[in-house]
Design a protein around this ligand. Structure first.
Ligand SMILES: *Cc1c(COP(=O)(O)O)cnc(C)c1O
Length: 355
């Protein structure tokens, strides 16, 4: 089937990268034990332990990020607990209540944060605002790295958040649906950004990094992983043919495709952002620090871009979101740039006052 011209509406429009594909093909030979008792799953788990320089980390695999986040948070909470997150966090806006569902009712406490990032002060405000029996007891903080709008917590910011959590007796979870993009952008070791900075639990995204499906859940404190396997099974997240969820990770991690893919995607975002920085009528809504570019423009200009065949979402703040992946083609980005420039000069700036 002939594919359509490449779009940048989402980083999960991309297919499977060659390394994940080759590993899947290699895993397809013969019969091996089911439910994760196979050599591929052991190798993938060990590859994570190596990558994070954490031999005692416990590693689990889920089909998608909603399940990974929800089960990870549920594992840290009783039903009467609460989870502190930013108002724009995926767990709050895009998981259909799954964190509350899988935790049997733990409430999300949402911090309004202009850039989607939590700070120790925001966390403290929510964690100490109520301490009476009538309000769910704060138990976990979740941060998204990079955020839903493509911003990064610096290592110092993560350390400050985790120190704040420790003071308040809170655990720290990281939604790393685009964790690889954060590592590539900050140029730091995975360990530095996680357990060495005080993160207890990480969901590491594979799908947006170039796999067909799959997210890994890493417990840096093995004690927290007790019985987590049962939780995954009960939630329908234990793959019987587990090797097809784990072999792609071997392909991604062992040869470094995970970080190459992310670096490419980040570079593509910078390419677009740099090229349209001076375009009248289009303004960057957020600093471009990972693989996302958000452009604010009038509805007329956005319609004109759609008329030229471009697809994008506007669900965050009304601007056009462009996301880049391992397979993003520089020539297609340049075509998008040409169209943005054309629309910029051809469509009148009627709504310039509204930005
Ligand atoms: C994509 C994404 C997820 C995972 O979403 P699924 O569709 O459930 O795989 C989680 N968190 C963030 C920030 C995401 O962007």
């Amino acid at each position: 089937m002939k594919s359509e011209p490449q779009q940048f509406a989402s980083d999960n429009y991309a297919g499977i990268c060659p390394e994940a594909w080759a590993a899947t093909e290699a895993a397809n030979g013969g019969s091996v034990p089911a439910y994760g008792e196979d050599a591929w799953t052991k190798r993938a788990s060990d590859a994570f332990r190596d990558l994070f320089d954490k031999p005692d980390a416990e590693v689990f695999f889920a089909f998608n990020g909603t399940a990974a986040n929800s089960l990870a948070l549920a594992s840290l909470c009783q039903s009467y607990h609460s989870v502190i997150c930013s108002a724009s966090a995926h767990v709050e806006t895009d998981e259909c209540g799954a964190p509350e569902f899988f935790s049997n009712g733990s409430k999300l406490l949402v911090a309004a944060s202009p850039d989607g990032k939590l700070t120790p002060a925001l966390i403290r405000g929510l964690a100490t605002g109520r301490s009476d029996i009538h309000f769910p007891k704060p138990r976990v903080v979740t941060i998204t790295q990079p955020t839903e709008t493509g911003q990064l917590y610096t290592l110092d910011e993560i350390r400050a958040v985790s120190a704040g959590c420790r003071d308040l007796g809170l655990r720290l979870h990281m939604d790393g649906a685009r964790f690889a993009n954060a590592c590539a952008s900050l140029g730091c070791e995975p360990a530095e950004m996680t357990w060495k900075a005080g993160v207890d639990l990480l969901c590491f995204g594979g799908t947006k990094n170039g796999m067909a499906a799959g997210e890994a859940i890493l417990f840096f404190d093995p004690a927290l992983a007790e019985d987590f396997g049962y939780r995954c099974k009960q939630a329908g997240q234990l793959a019987s043919k587990m090797r097809f969820l784990t072999a792609p990770w071997v392909g991604m991690l062992e040869g470094g495709a995970w970080i190459r893919n992310a670096a490419h995607a980040n570079a593509c975002a910078r390419r677009l952002a740099g090229a349209v920085a001076e375009c009248p009528g289009f303004t960057a809504m957020f600093p471009v620090e990972a693989n996302a570019v958000f452009l604010k423009a009038s509805p007329e200009r956005l319609d004109a871009l759609r008329d030229r065949g471009w697809r994008f979402y506007t669900f965050i703040g009304g601007g056009a979101r462009f996301m880049f992946a391992w397979d993003s083609e520089p020539e297609r980005i340049d075509a998008l740039v040409r169209d943005i420039r054309a629309v910029s000069s051809a469509v009148p700036d009627r709504l310039s006052a509204s930005g």
